[in-house]
Design a protein around this ligand. Structure first.
Ligand code: ADP
Ligand code: MG
Length: 161
């Protein structure tokens, strides 16, 4: 994969801080945005997504506790599609779910475990890699490919949070 156009690292000191980071990202999301989440079990991917959903105006009750679905559609200020590739074997299996049709569509797309099927990503997207660096601390590395994802990244991590 080519080097990202832009990259930033941010540290979170608590689940609440990660949640707030998610809220701010969710407030900025627009239809067509694609955000890939990478990180081990317990890194905080779903935690971040819950914040994103809140920021995108999704009712708290809509954000599913994990089920066996691959894609969860949420109704927010923009439609939000939350996918989890953990249980998928390969690209063909993902293709069969219809998920790929959502990319670049009417909503924003958030994908946990994007590293399982990297070909699921469009050419331009934002990738956030979370890493457990201590009991309550996490490192978030955000990498953007393409002009819209770079603008999203810049706005997200601007100073006023
Ligand atoms: P994943 O989806 O990556 O498997 P989850 O979001 O489901 O991870 O779980 C993350 C766990 O780590 C939660 O239990 C959360 O409370 C805990 N945690 C501790 N510190 C943080 C932090 N700074 N950010 C996010 N989660 C944290
Ligand atoms: Mg998860």
């Amino acid at each position: 994969m080519s080097a990202p156009t832009s990259s930033r690292t941010v540290l979170s000191g608590s689940p609440e801080e990660t949640h707030r980071l998610g809220v701010k990202l969710g407030q900025l999301l627009q239809p067509g945005d694609f955000v890939g989440l990478v990180g081990d079990l317990g890194a905080g991917k779903t935690h971040l997504v819950r914040g994103v959903a809140e920021g995108a105006g999704v009712a708290r009750s809509e954000v599913a506790s994990p089920t066996f679905a691959i894609v969860y559609p949420y109704r927010g200020r923009v439609p939000l599609y939350h996918a989890d590739l953990y249980r998928l074997a390969d690209y063909d299996e993902l293709y069969a779910t219809g998920f790929l049709d959502l990319i670049g569509g009417d909503g924003a797309v958030l994908v946990e475990w994007l590293d399982r099927i990297p070909q699921a990503a469009p050419r331009e997207y934002l990738r956030i890699t979370l890493r457990d660096t201590g009991e309550e601390s996490r490192e978030l590395v955000a990498e953007a490919w393409g002009s819209r994802p770079v603008a999203l990244l810049t706005a997200w991590l601007s100073a006023d949070r």
